[in-house]
Design a protein around this ligand. Sequence first.
Ligand code: PXP
Length: 239
Amino acid sequence: MKTRLSVNINKIALLRNARNSNLPNVVQFAKDCERFGAEGITIHPRPDERHIRYQDAYDLKPVVSTEFNIEGYPGKRFMAMVREVKPHQCTLVPDPPDVLTSNAGWDTLSNESLLKDIIGELKEAGIRVSLFIETKRKMIEGALKVGADRIELYTGPYAANYANNNEAAISDYRKAAEFATAVGLGVNAGHDLNLDNLKYFNQEIPSLLEVSIGHALVADALYYGIENTIQMYQKRLHP
Ligand code: PXP
C-alpha cells in the first residue's frame, strides 16, 4: 500500500506573515508541492493566525487537487470554517490556543461527548475525520467509539527516541497501528518526522495511509529546494 505524503505548509505562511506582502505565496506553494509529488496539503490554522490564516483555507480549497487536510482544535470559528471549506479530511487536535505546536494526543475517553458531537457533524458534511492521538490502546478504542474514521499517531516521542534505539521507539506504534487497523480505523501519522526517521517508520507500519510533514521538510527545502526535497521524502516512503 502506498503511504501518501501530505505537506504541511504552515511554515510557508509563517514566512509570509513576517512582512505585509504575499511572499511567499502560500497558494502557489501548495500547487507547486503537488506538482513536485506531494499527495496532500495540510494546514493547521490556530486562533491567533500566526501562520496559516483562516482565509488561506478558503483560498486553498479550489486549488488543492490532491487531498486537503485541515487540522486543529474544534473551536467555534474552526468548525464554522471547516463546514464551509469542506476539506477531504479534518484532523482534530487537542491543542490549547497558546501552545507552540501540538504536543499531545486526545484523551478520547474524557472528551467522549465533545468528540462524538463534532465528529458526527463533520461526517454528516461528508468530511473524513482523523483524531490526533498517542499509542495507548484505550485511546484508540475511544477513537473508534466516538466515530473517527482514522487516527493520526503523534510521532513526537518516536522521533525523540529513534536515534537511541529505533526498535524501542517503534514498538508501541507498531502495536497501536495493528490494533487500530484490526478494529477498522485508518492510520495516519505526523509530527517531527524527517529524512532520517521516516523510512523506518513507514517500513515498520505497513498499514500507514498518510504522513503529514511540515517543519523538517520546509527546513530541508532551504538547502535542497522544495522539488528535490519532496522527491527525497517520497524516496523514503517508496524506496
Ligand atoms: N500533525 C499535527 C497534528 C500537527 O499539529 C503537526 C504540526 O503542525 C504535524 C502533524 C506536522 O508536524 P511537523 O511540522 O513536525 O512535521
